[in-house]
Design a protein around this ligand. Structure first.
Ligand code: PLP
Length: 376
């Protein structure tokens, strides 16, 4: 039996989601921009999907802009803020996903914007005092700080950060790719201007997501072409993927509490099992704490001769987990997140186990058995 504990990288598509997508692929082939009835029917399907997502986020449907996923959504927010909204500075952090940090660095090179990196506290939380100091002076700014870190599960306080940004007149973007559909968002009251979503992190299809853009903010086109997505993103909409996204979004929200309880109990079992196996096991980012992202556990194993091979050996045992970022499972490169948050220890293997509603207690026990054999 294979155990899939790499759900922060991507998740299995839910059967209900596939069931919702197949009729769209088979029957709703019209171009949503066509004026005939075949096209108009597809347009209706897309706008229904947008409405259903917006309702669950308590925002207006016109605030949802479909993209190819989280990376594009992050790019759209940061590039749009610099190009269309006059931002001359980005404040972000070294622990961000590369979709944010590399985009910010690229804008620094191409547009000469100022790039300020906010410090973290020892536990991985953003140093909000430092953020406040950075915000107290400087040019027009967009702050980009993720909700939950995809590697070490540190969960930032979006209310607090967003309120500081508001008070300072800065825009606030948050990469919510790892928390969307695992936590509820009320965008009427959350002080954010942009948040990003990627369907494949919650049992939806790959290649689809969206950027939420607060009402009243107008971005220019990131992908030039037709006037789809109100001219922000040209190109014929991926109707079946949009339907898959909306379906996964609805299922996740309707069952959010029971999924959360189930996943939390699996994570607790894993933590208990690891503590039974090793005297000196540690959890990077305090990822075993209840106030961290409940889907992710980043384990720092005691020094062992097989540390460097652990990911590979676990794979041979049928356990899929990750050693690097969500997008580079199996990568042997060290993690920029662990290094920047000073959790990196060359003597110890750090592995990320990330859980979904499809995992079971038996799988946790199987993984623990495999870990015991690898580190024996
Ligand atoms: N942001 C975070 C925090 C992620 O974990 C990921 C995916 O690993 C992304 C962005 C990129 O999302 P996508 O794969 O949809 O481009």
């Amino acid at each position: 039996m294979n155990v899939y504990f790499d759900n922060a990288a991507t998740t299995a598509v839910a059967p209900e989601v596939t069931d919702a997508m197949i009729p769209v692929l088979r029957e709703s082939y019209g171009n949503p921009s066509s004026s005939h009835s075949v096209g108009r029917k597809t347009r209706v399907i897309i706008e229904q999907s947008r409405r259903s997502i917006a309702k669950l986020l308590n925002c207006h449907q016109s605030c949802i802009y479909f993209t190819s996923g989280g990376t594009e959504a992050d790019n759209l927010a940061l590039r749009g803020a610099v190009r269309d909204l006059g931002c001359e500075r980005i404040i972000t952090s070294e622990a961000e996903h590369s979709a944010v940090i590399k985009t910010a660095q690229s804008l620094q090179r191409s547009h000469g914007i100022q790039l300020d990196l906010v410090r973290h506290l020892e536990d991985g939380m953003v140093d909000v005092n430092h953020l406040e100091i950075l915000l107290s002076k400087g040019p027009k700014t967009i702050v980009s700080l993720m909700h939950a870190n995809n590697e070490v599960a540190v969960l930032q306080d979006l209310h607090r950060i967003g309120s500081l940004c508001r008070a300072a007149g800065a825009l606030f973007h948050s990469d919510t790719v790892q928390t969307m559909c695992h936590y509820r968002f009320d965008l009427e009251e959350l002080p954010v201007d942009f948040i990003a979503c990627s369907a494949h992190k919650f049992h939806g299809p790959k290649g689809i997501g969206f950027l939420y853009i607060r009402k009243g903010i107008q971005l220019g086109g990131q992908i030039e072409g037709g006037s789809q997505e109100r001219s922000v993103r040209g190109g014929t909409e991926s109707t079946h993927n949009i339907v898959g996204l909306a379906s996964a979004f609805e299922i996740a929200h309707h069952e959010l509490d029971s999924h959360e309880n189930h996943i939390r109990s699996l994570k607790k079992r894993m933590v208990r099992g690891l503590k039974d196996l090793f005297l000196d096991v540690r959890f990077n980012g305090h990822s075993d704490n209840d106030d961290r992202l409940y889907t992710v556990l980043n384990v720092s194993f005691p020094p062992h001769p097989k540390s460097g091979m652990a990911l590979f050996l676990l794979d041979l045992e049928g356990v899929a987990c990750s050693g690097g970022s969500a997008c580079s499972s199996g990568a042997t490169l060290g993690s920029h997140v662990l290094r920047s948050l000073k959790f990196h220890d060359p003597e110890r293997a750090s592995l990320r186990f990330s859980f979904s509603r499809y995992n079971s207690e038996d799988e946790v026990d199987l993984a623990l058995g495999a870990i015991e054999r690898v580190f024996s």
